[in-house]
Design a protein around this ligand. Structure first.
Ligand SMILES: Cc1ncc(COP(=O)(O)O)c(C=O)c1O
Length: 471
């Protein structure tokens, strides 16, 4: 027997030992620091070592991982993580991954693992249904929103432009996530092909300017082909007027993609559907189950209205592969994406959705909408706090204003404000720059974040505001 093959007892024992550490980690999350950077550099340097020729005991490795490696940095799994766009990380998903990786089936093509491949396809169909796409729409699971955005730009380029595509132009707002610019570069476009449309006072794309830029580009011999709407910007959580962009895209013949990496799954809620109206009119959308569906990092999704576009964009021949299916019920994911071998991504979503039902996710998201409203009202009542952007979903942007300070001094004040809040190590928040202003932002999205966390956030913010008023 190979020395890698473990006995049944040993398999059980090492999983039990890991489980003990994991249960302890998850159980103590509310008491753990929200961020721990002291000593992090030293700990990371200690990991730099030569390739070991001989193994060492598992128990010691587990101890080192949980005691000396994992505790450092931002505690993204904890309830106090309100920075960037939180994920949470459902344990049920980790279990799905554990099963998928233990059975190690090849799921990028249907025939080697029809059931598991189908699970991935079913998850994508559920997403299409939630987003209001037609029954024959399709998509795939990616590693994240960035790869979904890349696949969207690439697919639209193949669909709408000739092989010689360098006169193609792309339209985004000044609030768009940088992964779109990266996606354009990866899809072969110089950054000068990306036109930046200003946003209005609510940080939404200005539609009059979009129309004008498209017209002007046509006159100059460009081929406008792709416009991106944002459904939840990273700075302020703004959702563009999606129906408005859809009308312009239709009139101008552009592919309309929406980056709904943050906001997309709020479509499960009534309030979310009102805010995201028009999302169903897009040609494609990026979603991040590892944001608003609480799945652990490593899962994004791209949906396309016309499933054939993905197949056409990625079409190549390889006669050494197993026979591909020509049946709309079954999907060969390698045919519609850049990847061939990859880990199975379906179970980590399918398992929690089947175990809890969509209703549980809807209730969680509704709670986050309430929490964002609540904290916004509380912040509004603190002297000196200016709400820069009210939540359209579950993100509020704000800053501290002391009279008589210049713009630069106000930005420095808010940098100190952020640092002092995070130094208390109970919550962890991050910043954005909008219109030259340094703003703090609270994004309530983790399934572990409840009212008790918001109360802690409020107490810490209040005490830092008082402290800064005295200095
Ligand atoms: C609006 C938006 N789009 C795209 C991305 C990129 O997604 P990912 O980090 O999953 O690649 C993010 C990440 O935070 C985001 O907030």
């Amino acid at each position: 027997m190979s020395e890698f093959e473990l006995s049944e007892e040993r398999m059980r024992a090492i999983v039990d030992e890991a489980m003990e550490r994991i249960v302890d980690f998850i159980g103590t999350l509310p008491e753990q620091p929200s961020n721990q950077l002291d000593g992090a550099e030293k700990a990371a340097r200690l990991l730099i070592e030569p390739l070991p020729e001989e193994g060492e005991p598992y128990e010691g490795l587990l101890e080192r991982l949980f005691d000396e490696v994992i505790p450092f940095g931002f505690n993204a799994a904890g309830p106090g993580y309100l920075a960037y766009i939180p994920a949470g990380g459902l344990f049920q998903s980790a279990l799905g991954d554990f099963i998928a990786k233990s059975v190690n089936r090849f799921t990028s093509i249907w025939i080697p693992a029809p059931g598991l491949a189908q699970i991935e396809a079913v998850v994508v169909r559920w997403f299409c249904e939630v987003m209001g796409y037609p029954d024959d729409a399709l998509g795939l699971l990616t590693t994240g929103g960035s790869m979904a955005n890349f696949t969207a730009v690439f697919t639209a380029r193949r669909e709408r432009l000739e092989e010689d595509f360098l006169r193609g132009s792309i339209y985004v707002s000044d609030q768009v996530h940088h992964s779109i610019q990266k996606a354009a570069m990866l899809a072969g476009f110089p950054l000068s092909s990306v036109r930046v449309v200003s946003s209005d006072s609510d940080y939404r794309m200005r539609l009059d300017e979009l129309d004008e830029l498209i017209e002007a580009d046509r006159v100059d011999g460009w081929q406008p082909f792709f416009v991106v709407g944002s459904a939840g910007t990273v700075n302020t959580g703004a959702v563009d007027d999606l129906a408005g962009i859809a009308a312009i895209a239709a009139a101008q013949g552009l592919w309309f993609h929406v980056d709904a990496a943050y906001g997309g799954f709020f479509m499960l809620t009534k309030r979310g559907r009102d805010v995201l109206k028009g999302i169903e009119l897009t040609d494609s959308m990026s979603l991040d189950p590892h944001k608003s569906l609480f799945i652990p990092y490593g899962t994004g999704s791209l949906l396309v209205r016309d499933r054939e576009t993905l197949a056409r964009a990625h079409a190549t021949e390889a006669d050494y592969l197993p026979t591909l299916r020509d049946d709309p019920d079954f999907v060969d994911f390698s045919e519609i994406s850049p990847e061939l071998s990859r880990g199975h991504r379906g179970l980590r979503i399918w398992l929690p959705l089947k175990m809890h039902g969509a209703g549980a996710f809807r209730r969680q998201l509704d709670e986050k909408l309430d929490l964002a409203q609540w904290i916004t009202e509380q912040l509004r009542g603190i002297e000196g706090i200016e709400i820069v952007a009210d939540p359209q979903l579950s993100l509020v942007a704000f800053r501290l204003v002391h009279p008589g300070l210049s713009d630069g001094e106000l930005n420095d004040l808010n940098r100190r404000f952020l640092q002092a809040v995070n130094d208390r190590q109970r919550i962890f928040i991050s910043h954005g720059i909008v219109g030259g202003k340094y703003v703090l932002r609270i994004c309530a999205l983790s399934f572990r974040t409840h009212m008790s966390t918001m109360e802690i956030a409020l107490a810490d913010i209040r005490s830092v505001v008082d402290e800064l008023a005295e200095n």
